[in-house]
Design a protein around this ligand. Sequence first.
Ligand code: COA
Length: 404
Amino acid sequence: MTGRTERGARASDYPALRDLLLSTWPNPNDELGIWDYLVASDPTLEPENVRLVCLGDRPVAATTLVMRQVRTRQGWTSGAELTLVCCHPDHRRKGYGGATVRGALAHLARRGGALAVFYGVPEFYPRFGCVPVLPGFRTELAVAPEPGPAPSTAADRSSPGLGETGLRDATEADLSGISRLHDERISIYPASVARSAAPWMWRVRNPEGHALWTLPDGRGYAHVAFNREGASLDVQEAAAADGLTARRLLAGLTGEARRRGFDKVHLFLAPDNLVARLARLDGAWQRYRPAAAGFVAITRWEPHLPPGYRVVEDARCDLFYRSEPGGPERRVLRAGRGPLTELLMGYLDIDDLLLRQEGTVAAAPSETLPPGTVLTAEGDLDQLRADFPKLLPKYTMAPYYFWF
Ligand SMILES: CC(C)(COP(=O)(O)OP(=O)(O)OC[C@H]1O[C@@H](n2cnc3c(N)ncnc32)[C@H](O)[C@@H]1OP(=O)(O)O)[C@@H](O)C(=O)NCCC(=O)NCCS
């Protein structure tokens, strides 16, 4: 009988680990491809950041942490993307997969990381303290067809060459400028993941389906996917240095959509992104999708808190506030981990939490509320409104963004 152990991986586990990933994702274009690419390219990948459950010495479940700087409402902090969560098909529903997720979050906390971000199965992750806080935003702009015959074949639609739309494929020489635009315009929201100008982070892996385009003067760029089933040009990332550039970029994107026979452009951008705002002024619809699969797990509270606050976590979380050093401290909020994470990540504000009718405003926070509820005192509402305004949490994947 082989014993079960939980541990970090060693480099010598990598062949068996790859077999495990292969058992779950046989297609090398899926997660297996991410693993191979990370091993080959990511200098920060350390074996011990892959948490395993082994039977004997054989890994049967794994979760990988890709250590990154991640944004909180207070600024950049150490965190991770949690990814490649899998259990061998012969060993599922025995708690192994879950144990590696728990082990990864504990490992991240020991390393001083403040949060993990990821997209995952909505039913699986809440049990580990992961909270859906990453909503979806989609701006939908209709594209009038080009006069004359539209391209009719798939080959025409996927034609990699660019037309006279003012855009061109980005090259390595463009990456420092693109990366700067990314830092200034894209990775500014809570849950954004830092990306450098290193070419491996920007590589477009399947160019039949994706492209990284730039304006020739480098003042705007877009990462796009050709959504042939939905007949849309899906813009997954776009940034422009100013309004006039945003106009040129949007004109280029709609021109490329039209030229390829797509009848709409979908912008998966924050609603305050200049390109999305312009599209809205041009008549686009905007859709908001509440968070479901986009998760954050907070592993340390302090980097999420404005000065003067601290969290004490027990069965419930208590948020304390002290207006000046050495002054009296008072409890301003008592909440479950879920609502507190929603508040700190800027997904909901205190009024949303109360509106959801799971909260109470009372003179003194009591001990008797069931988990998940929110309790604050009338006098603290304005303080919480001022210090925890609603934000736009948005995950900017690095480097996975360019994979699927
Ligand atoms: C998800 C996965 C890692 C879970 O591994 P596991 O060892 O079976 O997990 P555990 O035994 O710890 O937990 C099983 C629980 O998770 C639930 N679960 C797992 N995958 C689920 C899914 N896709 N949808 C809904 N529930 C799921 C099971 O129903 C079970 O719930 P229960 O305990 O309430 O019955 C495994 O099923 C797997 O490798 N799946 C394929 C890869 C994958 O989907 N990875 C996650 C990508 S986000």
